[in-house]
Design a protein around this ligand. Structure first.
Ligand code: SF4
Length: 534
């Protein structure tokens, strides 16, 4: 269970006083940002409007918490909440002075915003289907939450050289993206002992890096030593002078793989000598014992439904467009869950959605009907997009507008063609909040001078893949004027259809020359100026 340390409870309760005291001192914008960022508070593009990011540890959220989040959003006149790719929830368009009271409301439901921004240990990610998926080695949820509890107790977790992202995956599919995290753990059992494969030094953004394998197996009881070891390495080797080169991946670049691994393991051993951080061993359970015969509704499985390993119950995947969950839709979900007379579980996904798990087949079917009004069964409609430049102060292109334009382009298209492409990942700039670098098809916005005028274009990234020891970053294939991107995506779907290659990775490999030609064709048209699409 997630436990907020007393110190953070006190700081949250006193946040209003601290904020108002600082505002009275006529803070410079820089100082205000420094104060607010570790609390997940960021100024938006619209003057005097702020975002508040709330961490949902391991993505585990309860109905009561969702109800309260809904009530907070309603009371501030919001129409939606934003679900992120790191299992956080964001409120947008808030007044700075309203935020302390919201933080108190969140504290009342055991949630905090501390550590969701700035140079902190960020919300710890966990495979959304952990505990119920067929391919899982074991449920890693409690390890993710215990690690969060452990790190929140230490104030040094909030003053690191830069952000520190940790992930836990329950299988080699690496659905929490351990292999692109600062440190990532993938569940493994060796000689009947629960443990993890350990990866480190990965992250997206400028000069991205895939994490390297740091240990083939560590017993789960040693987990905290390996977390602390990376934190120590970060403290000692991290660059506190140059923010742009401060992430752990730059230590990897500086030292090289071998020295990075050796130094990391040296820090782990050092922590072992000076601290007592052993975790309780867990009993390995066989979760497939308890099979219950649900009615088979697997014909509905296409993005929204997942059959669970345990009890063959169902998990329903909800993906609001662009991660923006309208409160009217959230209310319908709340009402539906309220009417159930058995326990279900809810998880935020790392694909801007949420999962309602442990549903009986008839209820899964009912929910499927409810969400079909706001969750599509087509991957292309369920593409990911960061909030984009309309909200984000550092954003370059309006990724949300581009997503809307792509969805519109495919609206009345033949369903077979529409089903050709996987989810796109769209970032409004190279910061990669839409995770374009891990995607099979990714797009990142930039500004380019064409005929002496500034033009919004998207770089096209293709061929990314995530998996234990298989992760590869998407490669840069060129760039296309923002206005032309929907048409390009449509032509790409047609090219794939005509190739008769079902698998997207195979298609991109075999048809690489044709894909490059297509990009060049659209790239040649990079002459239009900034428009509504970008
Ligand atoms: S990717 Fe860029 S535009 Fe999008 S949220 Fe991140 S910083 Fe903002």
């Amino acid at each position: 269970m997630f436990k907020i340390p007393e110190k953070i409870i006190n700081e949250t309760e006193n946040f209003k006083e601290s904020l108002f005291a600082l505002l009275e001192k006529d803070l410079s914008k820089g100082n205000l940002k420094k104060f607010c960022a570790p609390w997940g508070i960021y100024e938006e593009k619209i003057p005097e409007k702020y975002m508040l990011r709330v961490g949902i540890p391991a993505g585990v959220i309860t109905l009561d918490q969702i109800r309260k989040i809904n009530a907070i959003a309603v009371s501030f006149g919001k129409e939606h909440i934003h679900l992120t790719t790191r299992q956080d929830i964001q409120f947008h368009g808030l007044s700075l002075t309203d935020i302390p009271d919201i933080m108190l409301d969140l504290l009342g439901i055991n949630l905090i915003s501390k550590g969701t921004g700035g140079n902190c240990v960020r919300n710890i990610a966990c495979s959304p289907l952990s505990g119920v998926s067929f391919d899982e080695v074991f449920d890693v949820t409690e390890y993710a939450i215990e690690t969060m509890n452990h790190l929140l107790k230490d104030s040094s977790s909030f003053s690191l050289p830069r952000k520190f992202k940790i992930s836990f995956s329950n299988s080699n599919s690496d659905t929490a993206y351990a292999t692109i995290s600062d440190i990532g753990f993938i569940a493994k059992i060796q000689d009947s002992v629960r443990g993890f494969e350990v990866y480190g030094g990965g992250s997206l953004g400028n000069n991205p890096s895939i994490a390297i394998k740091l240990a083939d197996f560590i017993p789960a009881t040693d987990l905290f030593y390996y977390v602390e070891g990376m934190k120590e390495l970060f403290e000692v080797e991290g660059d506190r002078d140059n923010r742009n080169k401060a992430r752990i991946r730059f230590i990897l670049y500086k030292l090289g793989e071998e020295e990075f691994r050796n130094k990391y393991l040296w820090h782990v051993e050092k922590v072992k000598k000076i601290k007592e951080l052993d975790l309780e061993p867990k009993i390995i359970s066989n979760s497939s014992d308890d099979i219950n015969q649900n009615e088979d509704i697997s014909f509905l499985i296409k993005n929204q439904l997942v059959i669970q390993q345990k009890n063959k119950d169902y998990a329903v995947n909800i993906h609001p467009t662009g991660g923006n969950l309208r409160l009217s839709d959230l209310n319908r979900l709340i009402n539906f869950i309220n009417r159930l007379n058995y326990r279900i579980s809810i998880r935020l996904t790392n694909t801007q959605g949420l999962l309602i798990r442990d549903l009986k087949s008839n209820d899964a079917y009912k929910l499927f009907q409810i969400i079909s009004e706001f969750t599509s069964s087509f991957d292309i409609d369920n593409s990911l997009s960061c909030v984009g430049s309309e909200i984000c102060k550092t954003g370059i292109c309006n990724s949300q507008h581009l997503l809307a334009a792509i969805i519109k382009k495919f609206k009345n298209v033949d369903p077979i063609l529409k089903a050709e492409l996987p989810r796109l990942h769209i970032s409004g700039c190279f910061n990669s909040c839409g995770q374009h670098l891990k995607a099979e098809i990714g797009l990142a916005g930039k500004i380019k001078k064409v005929n002496n005028e500034l033009t919004s274009v998207y770089k096209i990234y293709l061929g990314g893949h995530i998996g234990a020891s298989q992760t590869r970053l998407a490669a840069d294939y060129g760039e296309i004027n923002a206005e032309m991107v929907p048409e390009f995506i449509y032509e790409l779907a047609k090219l794939k259809r005509n190739s008769e290659i079902a698998d997207i990775t195979e298609f991109l490999e075999i048809e690489k020359e044709n894909v490059l030609r297509l990009i060049a064709r659209f790239g040649d048209n990079n002459t239009k100026n900034c428009c509504e699409t970008c």
